[in-house]
Design a protein around this ligand. Structure first.
Ligand code: PEP
Length: 248
């Protein structure tokens, strides 16, 4: 399974920021050490998709609505993202869950919508700090993952990103052993739910991945790549993470 690095720009980036994508393209080879997806804000998706047209970089959205169209002011459907040139979409990011009240049920509907539109969904799950302090991290993440997939969900190109909420944007990360344990638990749920297909799904780690810790995190067993927030905004940081990928 090839490593995947996905960059989540969040609500950052104006037109001028596309220069970072152009800088990435100039610096990577035709077959970089990882699959690369950059998720800029929705306003930049169409132009970003044109920018990467002949480069080994895909463009993704950061969220989508569950419906394909309708009276949902301000929302963007998975079909619209696809139409704009995206090939992937993040669903269930903890900032959506926290700031927009997205429940597992809503996330499950978005996951189905992403697949319907032909987008590779990057499903985010992760425990809060209180859950980890209470010793409930694994059970909370197992439940969240299970409830974020509808019973009939078909996992075409699904990627799962384990992102402890307390590690996002804080500079803190779990201990390597905690990351390994959680990835094993996530894999077990995927196999329980999806059978052999669950064994093929990439599980990313996300939460304060930086050039100086990426080598260690990406070498851990079961870690199939990283979802990167802050360090995806500047091409040199993203490239350092790419270069830190250990050869397997
Ligand atoms: C994220 O937003 O998904 C994320 C992991 O952010 P950061 O890398 O900045 O912690």
């Amino acid at each position: 399974m090839r490593t995947l690095l996905a960059g989540n720009w969040k609500m950052n980036g104006l037109h001028a920021s596309l220069a970072e994508i152009r800088a990435l393209i100039r610096s990577i080879s035709e077959r970089p050490a990882a699959d690369i997806i950059i998720c800029p804000p929705a306003t930049l998706i169409a132009e970003a998709a044109r920018t990467v047209r002949s480069a080994p970089i895909e463009i993704g959205g950061q969220d989508c609505h569950a419906e394909s169209s309708g009276a949902f002011t301000g929302d963007i459907s998975a079909e619209m993202l696809r139409d704009a040139g995206a090939t992937a979409v993040i669903v269930g990011h903890s900032e959506r869950r926290q700031c927009h009240g997205e429940t597992n049920r809503i996330v499950a509907a978005k996951l189905t919508a992403a697949s319907r539109a032909g987008l590779a969904p990057i499903l985010c799950i992760g425990e809060s700090e209180a859950q980890r302090d209470r010793g409930e991290a694994i059970s909370a993440v197992r439940r969240q993952l299970s409830e974020s997939m509808d019973a009939k969900f078909k996992p075409v190109e699904l990627v799962v990103a384990y992102e402890p909420v307390w590690a996002i944007g804080t500079g803190r990360t779990p201990k390597p052993q905690e990351i390994v344990q959680m990835h094993e638990a996530v894999r077990a749920v995927l196999i329980e739910r999806l059978g052999q297909e669950g064994a093929q799904i990439r599980i990313l780690y996300g939460g304060s991945v930086k050039p100086d810790n990426a080598g260690e995190i990406l070498s851990l067993p079961g870690v199939g790549g990283a979802l990167i927030g802050g360090a995806s905004l500047k091409a040199p940081d993203f490239l350092s993470i790419l270069q830190a990928i250990p050869s397997r």
